[in-house]
Design a binder for this molecule. Structure first.
Ligand code: ADP
Ligand code: ASP
Ligand code: MG
Length: 815
């Protein structure tokens, strides 16, 4: 025979119950089956809430009760055979009336003892079993509901009663021999010897199933729920959690004790005692073979079977000089907790014995404080023990795997990734069996910690969160490149970049795993109005072990958040020149933030697009080289213009051509003024260690007088040929002896300037053609001939590839 237990979600609706009837019907064709049911989903919670309302004097419990009764009545009329409906309806109504009477009493005395609560919540399972059995009969099975209170003998520990196994086994064995083929047994409930109703603890129907299975030597105990078995982590926390084919009893016990609520922890014991496999199956996916739990299971490759967590615990610490070397302290401490029925989730004691740290449920804190206070009153007075320290808002994380004990480095790996994810570990506990390494972290770090550990043990890659501000030409090209490289990046770098938020100048969209394809449209159409502070916050609280904020804007708004991002350990990749080439105070604040914060800052593309200019300069400076002089042709537009002028084209014609090819700003005067070039040399000067103010760069504009700025654009184009003669003459003069005229930026110890310069034939700049950029560094090490970097230094695609490379560098760093 086998036991099939159906949880609340599996009997939550008429359709689900029909599925159950079908599933059990198929199994019962070849095997004897005993069915255990929970209350309909949500009913136990509703009953508890109703009693709380009654205690607090609110009449709202009456409405709750009506809703509960209605839900059952509807299921009954949909599922029971017609000839039974009236009698069954009467039975259910009688139970509901009885329940109403109890709640009425609670609301009068304003007190609900654990004993009363147990009799109230038992309603859920009792009625559920009646209705499910009726559904079976309606489908042609000989089936009866069984109230387990007549079989399950417990003590009086209401709310979490302990089972008297020998008495219970005897009764079950006797009862079974007299049963109809298909009994439907209430889970969760039992009764004392004298017949008072008890419950086995929340989620206790699983336990009922195991106890019946053990008493009847079942071949298997099947727990049917709403997920594919036991998963490597709670699927609501880890999106990539996967279901396991098999695990060991002791592993399940640890996982469930530490929050994997798919099975109630005590369930393991009866099954294990009789070596009966526990099988966790999915009512919504009956084809899934189930997770099989037995004494042994194949070892997972890195030793870890799964990760679980409990979200809300309190961490308590007892410490004091009077504890060192004194025997019996731990016994008295845990004795005091036991007297108050406080269950301890985790214990950790430093070997100095100076302090003992333990985790309990927050509701038990006051009881624990009182009891420990009384126990150690004398030591407190004598100053031998300090006041009990209570930290709330903590979570316990448990990493479980029996094979960890034979896998060196598993604990190292766990704490390594937690460190990388910048999760502060408050307490650690590892039993010598090494079945479970558990630790206490801040509640707000729980998601990040569980995901980081899960990824470290189960994924072949690391996922990094990316937030992109600015989806202009560069931002869009970047997203396209990232999208095209998803699998390449995973293979080459073991990296998965996940876009978890993006913003245009007007809208933003924050959601894990945004698709790159038509991201801009998605953000514009589905996004909320842009609030930069919210995008920044999303990056700082990212659940991933690393997060990168990408600034592809050309605005001053983002830079105000750099310090906050860096402080939170978020890395910044910026293609935005404003934070670095604006006023010196801002630049200094950002760099100070970089030194103080944990995040890294990359802005390679602010000079020469993807050419490795900023990084090279940083390497020179970091390794102690001294920069003597930097020269650069830093504008593709001006480079193109001056090459054509050198070849004999008139300046105005060359500008017109550049404009038509899209090489200039819409208003070409912005290129001709040289201010963009001035900003870039300023950035390089500052990176080289020169604290220059923005106004310190001497700038020669190609438009000699202010009147040029005042003209309309049409007038500008009309009068442009007036400049041809002078520039043409300078170009011809410069070309003597193989030289040429270039728009150059330069910086030395005392001067930074940009403007038209003649370069000698021997200069590396003399050979520069078209729109290429070039930067030359003269340093102590490169004193004879400069270190030269040359190539295309503009355009959205190359700029985006530089940003992409920076993101990959940032992503490989810890948080
Ligand atoms: P039932 O009503 O069937 O008893 P429960 O709600 O008690 O179902 O337990 C199933 C739920 O447990 C799943 O829906 C899932 O959200 C949660 N859960 C937590 N951790 C895990 C895990 N490691 N594997 C599977 N489910 C888990
Ligand atoms: N109905 C009970 C509860 O919600 C028992 C169970 O579902 O296993 O806790
Ligand atoms: Mg359950």
């Amino acid at each position: 025979m086998k036991v099939m237990k159906f949880g609340g979600t599996s009997v939550g609706s008429v359709d689900r119950i029909r599925d159950v009837v079908r599933l059990v019907g198929e199994a019962a064709a070849t095997d004897r089956v005993l069915v255990v049911v929970s209350a309909f989903s949500g009913i136990t919670n509703s009953l508890i809430e109703a009693s709380q309302k009654a205690v607090h004097g609110s009449a709202a419990w009456l409405g709750d009760l009506d809703a509960i009764a209605r839900r059952h009545a509807e299921a009954l009329s949909a599922l029971a055979a017609n000839h039974e409906k009236a009698t069954l309806h009467e039975t259910v109504t009688r139970a509901a009336d009885e329940l109403r009477g109890v709640l009425q009493g609670v609301s009068l005395v304003r007190e609900c003892t654990p004993r009363t609560l147990d009799s109230i919540v038992s309603f859920g399972e009792r009625v559920s079993a009646l209705i499910v059995a009726a559904a079976f009969r309606a489908a042609g099975h000989a089936s009866t509901a069984c109230d387990a209170r007549t079989l399950m003998v417990t003590d009086q520990n209401f709310g979490a009663a302990r089972v008297n196994f020998s008495a219970t086994h005897d009764r079950i064995a006797r009862w079974w021999s007299t049963q109809t083929p298909l009994p439907i047994v209430t889970g969760f409930i039992g009764a004392t010897e004298s017949g008072e109703t008890t419950t086995l603890g929340r989620g206790g129907s699983d336990y009922t199933a195991a106890i019946f299975g053990a008493a009847l030597d079942a071949e298997a105990i099947e727990i049917w729920t709403d997920v594919d078995g036991v998963m490597s982590a709670d699927p609501r926390i880890v999106a990539t959690a996967f279901s396991m084919g098999a695990l060991r009893y002791d592993e399940l016990m640890e996982l469930s004790h530490f929050g994997a609520k798919v099975v109630y922890p005590p369930t393991v014991h009866p099954a294990r005692a009789k070596n009966i496999p526990l099988v966790i199956k999915n009512t919504l996916n009956p084809g899934f073979a189930g997770t099989w739990i037995r004494e042994e299971a194949d070892n997972p490759p890195l030793g870890v079977r799964g990760v679980a967590s409990i979200s809300n615990i309190a961490l308590l610490r007892l410490e004091g000089d009077g504890m060192v070397g004194v025997p019996g302290i731990a016994m008295r401490l845990f004795g005091a907790l036991a007297r108050e029925h406080v269950s301890v989730i985790l214990i950790s004691q430093a070997s100095s014995e100076h302090s003992i740290c333990f985790a309990i449920e927050p509701v038990a804190v006051e009881r624990a404080r009182r009891s420990i206070g009384a126990e150690f009153a004398l030591e407190r007075q004598a100053g031998l023990i300090d006041e009990l320290v209570v930290e709330s808002d903590a979570s316990v994380i448990a990493v479980v795997g029996a094979a960890m004990r034979d896998t060196p480095g598993s604990a190292g790996r766990i704490f390594g990734v937690l460190g990388e994810a910048h999760v502060n570990v408050r307490a650690i506990s590892q039993g010598s069996s090494e079945l479970n390494v558990s630790c206490v972290v801040s509640r707000e770090d729980e998601r990040r910690a569980v995901n980081a550990i899960h990824e470290a043990f189960f994924a072949d890659h690391r996922t990094v969160s990316v937030f992109i501000a600015g989806l202009g030409r560069v931002g869009r090209a970047l997203v396209d490149q990232m999208t095209a490289q998803v699998s390449g990046l995973r293979e080459r770098a073991g990296l998965r970049l996940e876009i978890d938020g993006a913003a245009t100048s007007r809208h933003m969209f924050i959601r894990p795993g945004l698709a790159g394809t038509s991201l801009r449209d998605t953000v514009e159409k589905e996004g909320a109005p842009k609030v930069m502070a919210d995008l920044v916050r999303a990056a700082t609280v990212s659940r991933r072990s690393s997060a990168v904020f990408v600034d592809c804007t050309d605005s001053e708004e983002t830079m105000g958040y750099y310090a906050q991002l860096l402080d939170a350990g978020v890395h910044i990749v910026s293609a935005n020149k404003r934070p670095f080439g604006g006023d010196l105070a801002t630049y200094r604040t950002i760099k100070a933030g970089r030194r103080r914060g944990r995040g890294a800052l990359f802005h390679e593309t602010t000079v020469g697009a993807a050419l490795p200019v900023v990084g090279t300069l940083a390497d020179l400076v970091r390794t102690g080289d001294r920069v003597r002089r930097i020269e650069g042709a830093l504008s593709g537009t001006l480079g193109f213009l001056m090459t054509n002028v050198a070849d004999g084209t008139a300046f105005s014609a060359a500008l017109r051509e550049a404009h038509e090819l899209g090489y200039t700003e819409p208003n070409p005067r912005e290129d001709l003024s040289g201010s963009d070039v001035a900003r870039k040399i300023l950035i390089l000067a500052r990176e080289a260690g020169l604290p220059l103010e923005a106004g310190a760069v001497k700038r020669e504009s190609l438009l000699p007088f202010a009147e040029w700025d005042a003209m309309t654009l049409a007038e500008f184009w009309r009068r442009l040929p007036e400049l041809d003669a002078a520039i043409g003459a300078r170009a011809r003069e410069a070309s003597l002896n193989g030289g040429r005229l270039c728009y150059l930026a330069s910086v030395t110890d005392d001067v930074a300037e940009v403007g038209l310069r003649r370069v000698e034939a021997a200069s590396p700049f003399a050979s520069l053609r078209g729109g290429d950029n070039m930067v030359a560094f003269w340093t102590d090490r490169y004193s004879e001939s400069p270190l030269v970097i040359r190539g295309p230094g503009a355009g959205p695609d190359v700029t985006a590839s530089g940003v992409f490379a920076d993101i990959i560098k940032a992503a490989s760093l810890a948080r």
